[in-house]
Design a protein around this ligand. Structure first.
Ligand SMILES: [Zn+2]
Length: 63
């Protein structure tokens, strides 16, 4: 069992986000070490759209 804290952004529904260009589902991808260093402690999550290869960062703002 893994203890994981999930912060749900207000715009997020059913744990899925949609691409702004093609409206398809975004997939969560792990941040790179470089980005992780800069965004350490910040609730920013990286997502990718496999349909149009668009990467986006979403701010996981607390409720
Ligand atoms: Zn897309």
């Amino acid at each position: 069992m893994t203890a994981e804290i999930r912060i749900t952004p207000s715009e997020q529904k059913n744990n899925t986000l949609t691409c702004r260009s093609c409206k398809s589902e975004l997939s969560r991808i792990p941040r790179s070490g470089f980005v992780k260093f800069f965004l350490f402690g910040m609730p920013v999550k990286k997502y990718i759209c496999y349909k149009c290869s668009r990467k986006t960062y979403r701010w996981a703002s607390p409720k």
